[in-house]
Write a new protein. Structure first.
Length: 462
């Protein structure tokens, strides 16, 4: 995965607090809308002029439209150059390689606009959704915004095949990467520039999976994603190869899932401080994330128990109950510690991993004492108990060990270091990276119209 840092950013620092962008139509553009194109000589000019007329009549800030030509082989570069020469707000950008993600990365990285967006050249999305899309970013309420064709209030006209593929893909994202946004591939998105500066170097894909990777990493880092329901009409002349794109996307899901599982990405660079509301500060003495940790621990524990029972049954075929129990518990305990470290308590990277496993083995020893003691008591009481009785006793003993394991994990192995006494955050000071990603929905002073009513907002938990 890409982890390099662009020039001018600080690798270890967190993002600054969001601020409402200054009002005014003069000066540098506030919004830069990128239109990636490949061999679109026919549709490019009418679409760009339509978008320009819409922005000129409805958008209250200075704007720019950038045509990003992905190595077109027809007259598309000439059409883009003619538009740039005749319309002051239009700029042409040429790339010699194909790839929507490559085009967006290049243009967004070079843009001076504080809000960056993109949309497809066919303008399948109703342009009336553009202002609601960027309003939460201008107001400082959100970090990214996406159009969604899959919300209840969206109105979509497209074939059954594309509808099935789109919904299936988003179900895969929810099941494999725990994504909470509803539509990854809608060609209608926006991002604040300071977020893009940190996030783009971490995104590896240069094609159609670029959108998904960007959103998944943003959500995992705790950034706020605003969703806008859109009216969308399918383009019957689209040149997107559905099957090839779907295969590439599934490969991307596996790659990103593996990188997140091993903590290979420095998502702490994307941490946000809380806002100005004093209620956003941490309340001393109140532990955070207990409910989420319990859910994660129970899920990991259930899988670990199944793994343990399968291993015990396998080892029991060739060894005594005590040996089988110790071997099965040891293997499942190592896997359990690793899973809880990453999934339940959100510890990333390899720092302290050996220490955590060593502490996990101490907890394993306590669990071994409980289960072994239960087996010894059963053997003393029943003589030669059946295999089913052994399993039943082990399940009860493991339940007791599980409660103790959670308490030890939370208080000793993976303590919440943010709970240590420290000064409360003040304006302009970024709190601990682990707390700054939590999304709050309090109204932001000066929020642009429709910033809170036009859609929904999701925030990933770290």
């Amino acid at each position: 995965m890409r982890t390099d840092t662009p020039t001018g950013t600080t690798a270890t620092g967190t993002l600054p607090a969001r601020e409402h962008l200054p009002v005014g139509t003069a000066g540098p553009p506030v919004l830069d809308v990128v239109i990636p194109v490949f061999n679109e000589e026919k549709d490019l000019e009418p679409c760009v002029r339509r978008l320009h007329d819409h922005l000129a009549g409805t958008f209250p800030y200075a704007f720019r439209i950038t045509v990003a030509d992905n190595a077109s082989t027809d007259r598309t570069p000439l059409v883009a150059a003619a538009l740039a020469a005749s319309v002051p707000e239009v700029r042409a950008f040429r790339l010699e390689q194909k790839g929507r993600g490559r085009a967006l990365r290049a243009v967004w990285a070079a843009s001076d606009a504080p809000v960056l967006a993109y949309m497809d050249v066919d303008l399948s999305t109703d342009l009336n959704a553009l202002l609601p899309l960027v309003a939460p970013l201008i107001s400082g309420h959100s970090d990214l915004a996406i159009g969604s064709r899959l919300t209840r209030s969206s109105r979509v006209v497209r074939g059954a095949k594309r509808e099935f593929v789109s919904r299936t893909y988003n179900l895969i994202l929810r099941g494999s990467l725990a994504a909470r946004f509803s539509d990854a591939q809608c060609g209608f998105k926006a991002i604040r520039r300071e977020v893009a500066e940190r996030l783009l170097p971490m995104v590896e894909d240069t094609g159609w999976f670029f959108d998904t990777e960007l959103l998944v990493l943003a959500e995992r880092a705790g950034l706020r994603i605003h969703e806008v329901p859109v009216d969308w009409v399918d383009d019957p002349d689209s040149t997107v190869h559905i099957v090839r794109t779907a295969v590439d996307d599934l490969k991307g899901v596996l790659r990103v899932g593996r990188a997140l599982a091993v903590g290979a990405l420095p998502l702490d660079r994307l941490a946000r401080p809380f806002g100005d509301d004093p209620r956003d500060g941490r309340i001393d003495g109140v532990p955070g994330g207990l409910a989420r940790q319990l859910v994660g621990f129970c899920a990991v524990g259930a899988l670990s128990t199944l793994c343990y029972l399968l291993l015990y049954s396998m080892f029991r075929a060739g060894a005594g109950p005590q040996t089988a129990n110790a071997a099965a518990l040891l293997l499942s305990a190592v896997a359990n510690t690793a899973a809880n470290r990453r999934l339940t308590f959100g510890v990333r990277g390899r720092e302290r991993v050996v220490r955590h496993q060593a502490q996990g083995l101490v907890v394993f020893g306590i669990g071994l004492a409980l289960t072994s003691g239960s087996l010894a008591a059963l053997d003393a009481a029943a003589g030669s108990p059946s295999h089913g009785t052994e399993l039943a006793v082990l399940v009860v003993a493991n339940l007791a060990a599980t409660v103790l394991r959670f308490l030890l994990f939370r208080a000793w192995v993976f303590p919440d270091r943010r709970a240590l006494p420290r000064p409360r955050p003040t304006g302009g000071t970024a709190p601990d990276a682990g707390t700054s990603g939590t999304a709050t929905d309090a109204p932001t002073p000066g929020t642009a119209p429709d910033a809170r009513t036009a859609g929904t907002t999701t925030g990933g938990r770290r």
